[in-house]
Ligand binder design. Structure first.
Ligand code: ZN
Length: 230
C-alpha cells in the first residue's frame, strides 16, 4: 500500500504527542498517512505491550491512518544496526512515502536519538539499487524531523488549529501513559506557543536539514506573513 506520509516513532504515542495534528490534517486533506512504532513499548512503567498495542490501534483510528504497525525492535535498546536499517528500508520500499517524519536528533531518551539516525540513514539507503531486499529501490523526497524533548528553531510550522481537538483525542487513546493532567497541559501550551509564531491558534514545528527551495518568493510571501509581525 502506497502512502503519502509515513511517521516513525520509537514508541507508540511519540508521534501522537509531537505531530499528530499534522498527520490528522494530511489525512483530512485526502493524503494516505501511516505511523510506525519501532518498538512494542514493553519497557514502559505503566501498561503491558498488549495494552499498548490496543491503544496504538485506537489512536490510529482517531488519526484516520491508512496504515499503522509496531515493529519488534527491543524497547530501550534501539540501535543503529544494519538489521534495524533493513527493517526500516523494507517499510519504506513497501509504502513509498513522499515524506517521512522522524524525531529530532537532539533529545533525552536514547531510543529517540537512535530512531532519528536510523530513519535518516535508512531513508537514504532505501534508494540504493544494489541494496537488495527483493523490492524496488525507493528514496522518500524528504525526511522531516518533529520535536520531542528539546526545542529547535523550526524550518516551518504547520497550522493545526482545526485538528487540535482530534490530536488530543489521539493522545487520550493512551490511557496507561497519561501520568497527570499537567502532561496534557504541557502539550497544549507548546502547540499554542508554536501557533503564535505563525499567527494561528495551534501549530506544530518541524525541522529539515536542507534549505527549502522556493521558486517564487513574491507569490510565497503573501499577506498572511504580514499578520505574524509582532
Ligand atoms: Zn518515546
Amino acid at each position: 500500500m502506497k502512502l503519502d506520509a509515513l511517521a516513525f516513532g520509537a514508541h507508540a504515542d511519540d508521534v501522537e504527542m509531537a505531530c499528530s495534528g499534522t498527520i490528522i490534517k494530511l489525512g483530512a486533506s485526502g493524503y494516505r498517512t501511516g505511523v510506525i512504532a519501532l518498538t512494542r513499548g514493553e519497557m514502559a512503567t505503566r501498561g503491558s505491550a498488549e495494552i499498548r498495542a490496543q491503544e496504538f490501534a485506537q489512536s490510529a483510528e482517531v488519526m484516520g491512518l491508512a496504515y499503522h504497525r509496531m515493529l519488534d525492535i527491543p524497547d530501550g535498546r534501539i540501535e543503529v544496526t544494519w538489521e534495524n536499517k533493513i527493517k526500516i528500508i523494507q517499510e519504506i520500499r513497501t509504502h513509498q512515502p513522499r515524506i517521512v517524519f522522524a524525531p529530532y536528533w537532539v533529545t533525552r531518551h536514547p531510543d529517540h536519538e537512535q530512531t532519528s539516525r536510523l530513519i535518516r540513514e535508512a531513508a537514504y539507503l532505501s534508494g540504493l539499487k544494489k541494496l537488495d531486499t527483493d523490492q524496488e529501490p525507493y528514496r522518500p523526497y524528504k525526511v522531516i524531523f518533529y520535536q520531542t524533548r528539546f526545542e529547535f528553531k523550526p524550518s516551518f510550522i504547520v497550522d493545526i488549529s482545526d485538528h487540535h481537538e482530534q490530536k488530543m483525542k489521539a493522545i487520550l487513546s493512551y490511557q496507561t501513559q497519561l501520568s497527570s493532567p499537567d502532561f496534557l497541559d504541557r502539550i497544549v501550551t507548546r502547540d499554542k506557543q508554536c501557533g503564535t509564531y505563525i499567527g494561528v491558534k495551534y501549530g506544530e514545528p518541524f525541522l529539515v536539514h536542507e534549505a527549502l527551495k522556493i521558486d517564487d518568493p513574491v507569490d510565497f510571501f503573501g499577506p498572511e506573513y504580514l499578520e505574524t509581525i509582532p
